[in-house]
Design a protein around this ligand. Sequence first.
Ligand code: ADP
Ligand code: MG
Length: 323
Amino acid sequence: MPEAQRDMPAASGEFDIIRDFFAGAKKNSEGVVLGIGDDCALLRPPAEGVLATSVDTLVADRHFPAGADPVAVAARALRVNLSDLAAMNARPLWFTLALTLPHSDVDWLRAFSRGLLETAARYGISLVGGDTTRGPLSITIQVTGISECPLRRDGASAGDAVYVSGSLGAAAAALPVILGQQPAAESTRREAEHVFYFPEPQLSLSESIGGLASSALDISDGLLTDLGHICAASGVSADIDMQALPVAPLAQQLAGEGAAALAAGGGDDYQLCFTVPPENIPQLELLGLDVTRIGRIVEGAGEVRAWRDGERWIPQACGYQHF
Ligand code: ADP
Ligand code: MG
């Protein structure tokens, strides 16, 4: 597009921004024939496997506070996208960045690009292009990966066991602290910020379970909601044992008795939820992974039921106050 027609005039430095903060991005992965600087990136897919691609937008004051540390915002933006690749058992390759900025804030950009490119190096993914425009602060990242053994949402069958990785509820418990709605000690506030802005994409876990699981997704909206997506896609239902849920210590610390509800219903943890056919369970358990069996898939029409002491546990009763 001619420069005069761009949203951001040359005086405010669209091309300077690209050159100073993004054009130097390193090749952290294979297949980058031509990166930033031309009309398109040129990418060579690996000979084996299928490409997995996903895009996510983070809007200031909707997904993160506009005044948040740009290093943390960048880390979160890329990590949540990498989590989608992990959910499919795809290895990260390339990503693009569409950045909309209210003004050219050099300090913000320096910190943001550092956070972004450090995160990219850590997970072996290459920034290969993007777009830079003026407007309300928003960050769109599209990631592409490669998978030889993709994990989909539609593979669960009655009789499969339901597992989750890690622990749940920490990010939902952290949110009111980050938003300044709940007082906390300095060390707790730092832990809350770390949990929220630096979620760990479960890439190596998904590689380990790739050949054993029948379905998987990452938990972004809350365990019961997201497991509902597996059930709907697979045409089955699920029974979940509330007492089996691995509740995060931070959730226990910040939410007390409400922690189990946060583990079941709170979003933003980016752990994996996956199902395993009975014949693969012994092999999975032998791997000694940080995973917990929390329930089972049954025949049904896409319903997720949570149980506690033999009785139905209804989420609303235990409080969804944060959402
Ligand atoms: P075009 O005029 O073809 O739309 P642009 O001027 O928008 O191209 O971008 C020039 C080059 O810089 C392209 O290779 C584009 O992918 C890259 N680019 C633009 N913005 C970003 C960004 N925020 N991050 C990374 N690469 C970017
Ligand atoms: Mg062009």
